[in-house]
Ligand binder design. Structure first.
Ligand code: PEP
Ligand code: MG
Length: 543
């Protein structure tokens, strides 16, 4: 490991517990390429392949919508555009320009499309004018996708690895200003910890880091992040929110034991009587950890995270296999699967959403599901089929009121109703203040409800959960939030419906007894946090 001379310490926000030591690995979003980058033709080819895949997936999605809205003619045009992009001869033209002509991905696109247009102008028919318009559109979409093309990471010696593919096989700390859930999911075992600047403790990226047992700290200050030197060793302490650049031998000795015990160890505690503790998962692959932690079920499966990391939606079969795996692994224990909660801070190019000034208040969650009924129906089919092996509680995200819940429920029942032998329950996630105000009516119209304290806190206090600059360590103790939680627990008792708290607050063991006192009997937390919550539940009821 490279050692530099002087230790610096910085105080930040603890995002995910544990300590880690590794070399700095700096994430740098790729600039729009004017010339072939240091990664050479392979990188240009892979950028272009990614852009092609993302644009054609988006076309397919819009075509699905067009079928219902503007009719099959328009949809067919979009599908033809998708076929043009998947055509092997187009790829060969691109690849030849990159490999033999030394072109960037962008230049390969503009050259190929210029040739296309020239060919068309030889036949000056009306149809060819229409096709030229399509071609311009395709070219524009590809160039836009390339502009947002996969960023890369850098360390002292390697210039163009991708996240999760460290060429030097160095254990490292990934230093990354804007950490997204998709990037967290891409890291491999060589990434020992994460240092970021912008995200807050209840951001989805932080939630995932905790689920993966990956220590993480946010400095909340972009400037500090820029000053973290290449090639330095970095020690991050995710328990105290501390970052130590170039730790000196005394510091390393003081941390030796915690570093040795490893950041990813998991404690196990058996179930307790007063509180059912289930697991939050983001991928069916996390089931193993949930089982190892003796989770009493899966209390929240965030089904949008995998599409976000893959850059595309999963089709019905793919979803069916994942949901079935969860039901089977839980073998009769409770299973709660949330409908796609996309949009807002979980937006992606493949959704083809219009630009929004305030995406967190925009087309997201239930609103997006209602705007994309085909996407919703496909997921409902997969859920209905998987539920033949065991009951699935289906959670509707970001519900704002009873009317919206019922509108969604109608589509849900209509699609699910086609499947004999299904066993589905349907309930809202209570995470928008207006829905909490209507909790009694909502619970009466539902089979159960979940409480999403992350968004509830965000909207209750007008405090962006993804912005470290406005994060407040004590916000989960705020009396306004507890008065909502206590009222929701009372509403659940009165209506005889189950209520599960599954935001990050539920994983804070210092609040476990308070939740029990508030009348909460079921929580869902990151699998690695289950033991601590159970131990806290077992501790003296006076706490
Ligand atoms: C929440 O908002 O508390 C929640 C459980 O959902 P997510 O964190 O995925 O928004
Ligand atoms: Mg939420």
């Amino acid at each position: 490991m490279v050692r530099s001379t002087r230790e610096h310490r910085h105080r930040g926000i603890a995002l995910s517990r544990g300590v880690a030591l590794g070399r700095v690995c700096l994430f740098v979003p790729a600039p729009p390429a004017a010339e072939v980058g240091a990664g050479g033709p392979e990188v240009e080819e892979s950028r272009l392949r990614e852009a092609l895949a993302s644009v054609s997936a988006r076309l397919e999605l819009i075509a699905g919508d067009a079928d219902e809205t503007v009719g099959p003619g328009e949809a067919a045009i979009l599908r033809v555009q998708g076929m043009v992009l998947r055509d092997e001869s187009l790829w060969e033209t691109f690849a030849a320009a990159i490999r033999a002509g030394g072109a960037t991905a962008e230049r390969a696109v503009t050259d190929a499309f210029r040739l296309f247009r020239e060919g068309l102008s030889l036949t000056a028919s009306e149809a060819s004018v229409g096709r030229a318009g399509d071609i311009n559109e395709l070219e524009g979409s590809l160039l836009t996708a390339l502009g947002r093309a996969a960023p890369t990471i850098r360390c002292r010696d390697a210039m163009r690895c991708a996240v999760g593919q460290c060429e030097l096989r160095n254990p490292h700390i990934l230093v990354i200003s804007e950490l997204t859930p998709a990037l967290v999911m891409e890291v491999d075992d060589l990434t020992l910890g994460l240092l970021t600047a912008r995200v807050g403790p209840t951001s989805h990226a932080a939630i995932l880091a905790r689920a993966m047992g990956l220590p993480a700290v946010s400095l909340g200050d972009e400037g500090l992040l820029e000053r973290v030197p290449f090639g330095a060793d970095l020690l991050i302490d995710g328990d105290r929110g501390e970052v130590i650049v170039s730790p000196d031998p005394e510091t390393l000795a003081a941390y030796a034991e915690r570093l040795r015990s490893g950041p990813r160890k998991m404690r196990v505690a058996q179930p307790v009587e007063e509180l059912q503790v289930l697991a939050n998962i983001g991928r069916a692959a996390e089931l193993g950890v949930a089982l190892a932690a003796h989770a009493e079920g899966v209390g929240l499966y965030r089904t949008e995270l995998e599409p976000l990391s893959l850059g595309r939606l999963l089709d019905e079969e793919e979803q069916y296999h994942r949901y079935s795996a969860v039901v089977e692994a839980m073998a009769g224990r409770a299973v709660y699967i949330r409908l796609l909660d996309l949009g807002g801070d979980k937006s992606a190019d493949f959704l083809g959403l219009p630009h929004e000034e305030n995406p967190v208040l925009g087309l997201r969650g239930a609103r997006l599901l209602l705007a994309r009924p085909e996407m919703l129906r496909e997921q409902v089919r997969a859920l209905a089929r998987a539920s033949r092996a065991g009951t699935i509680h289906v959670i509707a995200p970001m519900i704002i009121d009873v009317a919206q819940f019922l509108e969604l429920r109608e589509i849900f029942e209509d699609e699910a109703g086609r499947f004999e032998g299904r066993s589905l329950l349907f309930g809202p996630m209570l995470e928008v203040p207006s829905a909490c105000v209507q909790a009694r009516q909502l619970l009466a119209a539902a089979d159960f409800a979940s409480v999403g304290t992350n968004d509830l806190t965000q909207y209750l206090f007008a405090m962006d959960r993804s912005n470290a600059a406005v994060a407040r360590a004590d916000i989960h103790h705020h009396p306004a939030l507890w008065s909502v939680i206590e009222d929701l627990a009372a509403a659940a008792r009165e209506t005889g419906r189950g209520l599960c708290v599954c935001g990050e607050l539920a994983g804070d063991a210092t609040l476990t007894r308070r939740l029990i006192r508030a009348g909460i009997r079921q929580v869902s937390v990151a699998p690695r946090g289950i033991a601590e919550v159970r131990m806290a539940a077992r501790s003296s009821p006076g706490r």
